[in-house]
Ligand binder design. Sequence first.
Ligand code: OGA
Ligand code: NI
Length: 350
Amino acid sequence: MESVPNVQELVRNDPLQVPESFLIGNEEEEDKLQSTADKYNPSSEIPIIDLSLLSRGSEEELHKLDKACEEWGFFQVINHGVATEVLQEMKDATAKFFELPLEEKNKIRMPPDDFQGYGRAYAVTQGQTLDWSDALFLSIYPTQYRRPNLWPTAPEGFKETIEAYSSGVKRIRDELLRCLSSTLGMEKDALLNLHQEVIQVLRANYYPPCKMPDKVLGLSPHSDTSTITILMQEDNVTGLQIRKEGEWVPVKPIPNAFVVNVGDVMEIWSNGKYRSIEHRAVTTESKSRISYASFILPHAEVEVEPFGHIVELSGSQKYKKVKYGDYLGSSLKKGKLKGKSHIETAKIGS
Ligand code: OGA
Ligand code: NI
């Protein structure tokens, strides 16, 4: 960990230099060339879900949600009820935090034995290409998992801002989990209960600009090990891309919308009906970008396995039972995630 450089600092010191450890290999580069900004067909934009309609019990919107999880594994949520000022304050305060001098941010530097604090998105194992990003990672709910000494003390009011933002995300999370219980044919609180404890962790990703944007990745292709992930992106920079039928499709920001994706846990529970889609973040030459990912996870003791009633419908069980803590732990140990390789380990027949 010690030897992994802080990317923002690299760029501050010399914007032209890109150390070799960040340069993506040929294979990854080929993949990157398939990237589709030009070929990309605007009619294939990710689905938009109106949360206010879901809250009012719209069957039509529920059906849209079901299809979005099945066909895309990604959707954007509008009319979610979180005030624009709350979102904007989160963006302003986080931007100020990342602008602080390194010594200041390092006061809450991620300890080697923890994932919380300021540091990197993933543990890095030797020989892996490094991602062009830094991150602030905090456990939010339940509150007893917080490490208050790893929470930022600057800028002033940041803690309260994180609190207000996260409680907004929590409301969206609970509403979506209730709706997804319904679309999966269960009573409304089923998914919430199955978590034993619904865990919410926040990662703010900071992607500095890069003079060689085609030679690095902000975040390498991966699927999330969560149940769902609720992400806020900035309005004016596109960076997130999802893999759809072999092509990388950019997720164009909709102001004040959240991007939600199905994670591995949901893929396993739904026996593959809902898909945890590979995605990545690219950088740009001149603009930095910050994204805010809230990962929703079950308690570590939860045994995750496909729901019986769905297995019956689909004819065969496609995933083994995994204890969530073990699943997450072995994924973290592998270091940087590689595409969907981790969920392969839970597939029957693997
Ligand atoms: C993540 C992630 C995408 C982004 O944090 O897991 O996929 O746009 N982030 O930063
Ligand atoms: Ni992700």
